[in-house]
Structure formats: structure tokens, C-alpha cells
Design a protein around this ligand. Sequence first.
Ligand code: CA
Length: 220
Amino acid sequence: MRALVVEDDPRIAADLARSLSSAGFRADICTDGEDAWFRGDTEDYDLIVLDLGLPRLDGLSVLKRWRANGRDMPVLVLTARGAWQDRVEGIEAGADDYLPKPFRMEELIARARALVRRAAGGGSARTEIGALAIDTNKMAVWVAGMAVEITALEYRLLSYLVYHRDRVVAPVELLEHLYGDDDARETNALEAVITRLRRKLGPGIIGTRRGFGYFLEAAA
Ligand code: CA
């Protein structure tokens, strides 16, 4: 899962990115509204956490522009405490949820996960697809009822395939969701993760469509 944190306070932004990444997201940070608008408009995020008070372009305008362009990713808006006008305006502008500042990181993560699940069309934290079961709150995986130990990177890859189980996911898209902008994006690295994951999960879980990408075989 790929998340964008839009927050001009560097300390809060770093905290958010760190917490999201321990929750299984790969988080990018934007500190101004113009940059945020551009990235949200041109890149695919599974979740955006958006502060409203931003330099260059305010958060509400950013959100309105995304929605006007048909960008429908889940957006969690951070509002000033007690500013009910912000919440009303945020929801009217197309926010999926909001959280007043200061917030508890645990609550933000719980809401972030709920939004991503809702966007994927499921309400429950535990998803079962064939022999595979995955719990997005616990970041735990089972095959045929047996718990499987997987790394954070492997979890990110598997949960991305689970959320997009209705289609074949291209390697370049998986790489984008696994690694940040600064990391090397190498197809070889992706193949190595897939190979390790397949060894752990056993056959019949992750399928390859040659020349197109990977898919969740259990869902086919
Ligand atoms: Ca701010």
C-alpha cells in the first residue's frame, strides 16, 4: 500500500510516515500544497493523509482539484481541533474521513486501514481468498489455517495483490508500491521478493501472467 503524507510540519510528517510504514504502508511526504496536488494527480496512492493548512495551496483547494479531475483515492483530512467548519468543508470537498489535531497515532492508523479496506470493497480486517487468509490489522497471514511468517516488504507485496485481486498487477506498479522514490526500482529485486514469498506461501497463491505481471491465483 502506498500512502502520501501532506503535512508542512516536518516533525508531524516524519511521525506520520514512520507510523504508516510500520503499519505496512510505503509513505511519501509532501510539505506544500502545489507539490501535493501534482503528486496526487499524477501518481496512484492507496491513501492520502492531508493537512489543511499548507503553504502555496491550501489543503481544501488541493482536495477539490483532485476530485474535480476524477482522482478518487481515499483522503483522510487533518483538521484543527474544534474547527467544525473545516470538517464540514472537508467533507463537502470530498474527504473520506477526518481527524482533529492533535490526534493519537493509533487512531489515525485504524482509520487509515478502514479507509483502504472500504476502498477495496471489504469492511472486515480479515480477508480469506481460497487457502489464503490475511489480517490487515495484525499484518498476519495464514495458508490453509497455518500462520506464515513474512517480512514487512513481503507483506506489502502480498497485501497489494490482495487489495487488487480482481486484476493482474504489472511489475512496474508493484515496484512503485513497494519502494519509495529514492530506492532502486529493480525488476530483479521484485522477482526475488516474489520467489521468497512463493516459497513461504506454497503453490497456488501468487500467479504469473507472462508479459503482464502477477495476480492472486487463489482469487482466480
Ligand atoms: Ca499545517
